[in-house]
Design a protein around this ligand. Structure first.
Ligand code: NI
Length: 174
């Protein structure tokens, strides 16, 4: 089932999400729904707070190559346990901030630990777009958006745009 995606500014996007203590069928269904919502958008990552659930769960699939097999990942309680000194910059976007893109600099390589949908601990080193995406999604669990890396002026301009967009969408629905 597709979930509506919250648009910035929304207080739920600024909150810290709670760790998942016990995996339930409800949470597994949520992970499936989030993946479906992400592919439908389309996007390469989505965090639970973006669909209004304040639990530490993210989904991502950064396979870009045409015809390559998809790699849907659902991570509970994801954590960056090591980050390279080397940085890389990507033009980032976010499903909660539609049609806005800006360059963000982050560690080029990160090692991430998480719990998979079977409750098993997983650990992997991510590079390239995967590294950027997983850091962007984990930030969401701490109430942080990619525009928080930009200057105050730029951030305010984007926020005003989003307020306007939300107003227009509300009007269309009315
Ligand atoms: Ni995002």
């Amino acid at each position: 089932m597709l979930k509506p995606i919250l648009i910035h500014p929304d207080p739920r996007l600024k909150k810290s999400a709670a760790p998942v203590a016990d995996l339930s069928d409800e949470l597994r269904t949520l992970a499936d729904d989030m993946l479906a919502t992400m592919y439908d958008a389309p996007g390469i990552g989505l965090a639970a707070p973006q669909v209004g659930v304040l639990s530490r769960l993210i989904v991502l699939d950064c396979v870009k190559e045409e015809g390559a097999a998809p790699r849907p990942l659902a991570m509970f309680n994801p954590e960056v346990i090591a980050a390279a000194d080397e940085k890389s910059s990507y033009e980032e976007g976010c499903l909660s901030i539609p049609d806005i893109y800006a360059e963000v600099t982050r560690p080029a390589e990160v090692e991430v630990r998480w719990m998979d949908t079977d409750g098993k601990a997983q650990q992997e080193v991510f590079t390239g777009l995967w590294a950027t995406c997983v850091q962007h999604e984990i930030d969401h669990l701490d109430g942080k958006l990619f525009i928080d890396y930009l200057g105050a002026m730029k951030r305010q301009m984007i926020t005003r745009k989003m307020v306007k967009l939300k107003r227009e969408r509300a009007r269309e629905r009315a």
